[in-house]
Design a protein around this ligand. Structure first.
Ligand SMILES: *Cc1c(COP(=O)(O)O)cnc(C)c1O
Length: 347
């Protein structure tokens, strides 16, 4: 009953097999391996973007920070939602790699930025000209940190506001596959067709050992991105082991099957939580990540039997008081785990 994060899950056997296959003989280093050629072709086809530049890195923080650095000047403002991973979970890497761009938080309902709030923030950005950081970039996250999903139309509306101000758009897709499953959108619809310039295409949360792709739909920054990746110490020499993971992930739609499994487990959990006395959702959950409150006693019963997840309130207190928690399911979550947790929570 491990609902702490989708990055606690194991790596699917197809990916381990691909690593074993890649572990034969010699291969060119630093991204010149033949498997990377396949990955580049797979991603270009998947995104219907034959010109896209594609790079692999080992963490989402790197993917995000280098993406922002390639598009935002040091004196720029990066508009993001207050709970965005770049704002609260990356130890200042975006600021560091952009040489000091300022993250400016813009909020809205359901863990999403509202277009009106974004337009207002851009509108009031530079009252005293040279004394202010200048509007630099928009960064969205899908799935959002709240577990909600931006629709394609919502992304297009926000990207439209950014574009009107001449700003490029980044999408943090650590859970991109889960967002696609939740919205039924295609990769192209959710990205460049909606106005996204650069995507952090997640792999790790959805089953890889440690690979994320950066997809630059605007390839004019490709060389700069390569230099920044190397300078930042994130160009892998034995790159074939990154390529092999991503190649297996994309082959025959494995990545979407994994996300469908994760979301199905999430929806089973959500349906069950609706029947737990005193339980409620902070936001309606369409995918595999959710915030739900339930009585402290229900948490205590489940946690005493080993259920693992983050509580957003104190463990001790009145038994009937509602305490919010975050639950995340992954491709490897079983129905049995979910059902056992729900039975314990129901008491
Ligand atoms: C997990 C996550 C990342 C990547 O985090 P790393 O620990 O650096 O791999 C990025 N963005 C979001 C929204 C995430 O949930």
């Amino acid at each position: 009953m491990y609902f702490a994060s989708d990055n606690t899950s194991p790596v699917p056997p197809q990916v381990m097999a691909a690593l074993a296959r890649a572990n034969e003989g010699y291969a060119s280093s630093y991204g010149a391996d033949p498997i990377m050629d396949e990955v580049r072709a797979q991603i270009r086809e998947l995104f219907e973007a034959p010109e896209a530049a594609v790079y692999l890195v080992a963490t989402g923080t790197t993917a995000n920070a280098l993406s922002l650095a390639a598009f935002c000047p040091p004196w720029g403002a990066v508009y993001c939602q207050p709970e965005a991973h770049i704002n609260v979970d990356e130890c200042g890497a975006p600021e560091f790699f952009t040489n000091g761009a300022k993250l400016v938080c813009v909020d809205g309902p359901d863990g999403k930025i509202s277009p009106e709030a974004l337009a207002a923030a851009i509108g009031r950005a530079t009252p005293t000209g040279v004394h202010n950081v200048q509007p630099g970039m928009l960064s969205l996250t899908n799935l959002t940190e709240a577990g909600t999903a931006y629709s394609v139309a919502e992304i297009a509306a926000l990207a439209g506001v950014a574009r009107e101000a001449g700003l490029p758009v980044h999408l943090d897709g650590a859970r991109f596959a889960n967002a696609l499953v939740a919205t039924n959108a295609t990769p192209a619809e959710m990205t460049w067709r909606a106005g996204v310039d650069v995507l952090s295409f997640g792999g790790t949360k959805n089953g890889l050992m440690g690979v994320e792709a950066v997809v630059l739909f605007d390839p004019s920054r490709a060389w700069e991105f390569e230099l920044r990746r190397k300078r930042g110490g994130h160009l892998f020499s034995k790159h074939r082991y990154l390529s092999a993971q991503m190649q297996a992930y994309l082959e025959d739609g494995l990545w979407m099957r994994l996300a469908r499994q994760a979301n199905a487990a999430g929806q089973r959990l959500a349906e069950g939580l609706r029947t737990v006395q005193g339980a409620s959702f902070t936001h309606e959950p369409p995918a595999n990540l959710m915030f739900a409150s339930m009585p402290r006693a229900a948490h205590a019963r489940a946690r005493a039997e080993g259920a693992a997840y983050f509580l957003n309130g104190p463990e001790d207190g009145p038994a009937e008081e509602a305490v919010e928690a975050r639950f995340v399911t992954s491709w490897s979550t079983t129905d049995e785990e979910v059902d056992r947790f729900l039975a314990l929570a129901r008491g």
